[in-house]
Write a new protein. Structure first.
Length: 87
């Protein structure tokens, strides 16, 4: 299975969130990722699959502090993306 397939499967494996909310999240999450540069998008997917900041730093050849910076940037970008779609 491709990395993208694994990623979509992880997002789909959720029995607690109502299905309509899951659908909206999957669409929004992927649209939000499209706004990121390739490296940050790859890091976001890597972290979303459950990998730690330490594992991400090692995998991408950056410091844990840099992973934290990118994660903060992704969080801010996600919040802004959600505000734009809500209005």
């Amino acid at each position: 299975m491709s990395e993208e397939g694994v990623f979509i499967e992880v997002l789909a494996d959720n029995r607690l969130t109502p299905v309509p909310d899951q659908v909206v999240f999957r669409i929004d999450f992927l649209l939000g990722l499209d706004l990121q540069n390739r490296r940050d998008r790859a890091l976001a997917k890597f972290l979303a699959l459950g990998n730690s900041a330490t594992e991400a730093a090692r995998h991408f050849g950056v410091s844990e502090a840099r992973v934290s910076q990118v994660r903060s940037k992704l969080r801010s970008s996600w919040q802004e993306f959600q505000r734009e779609w809500a209005s």
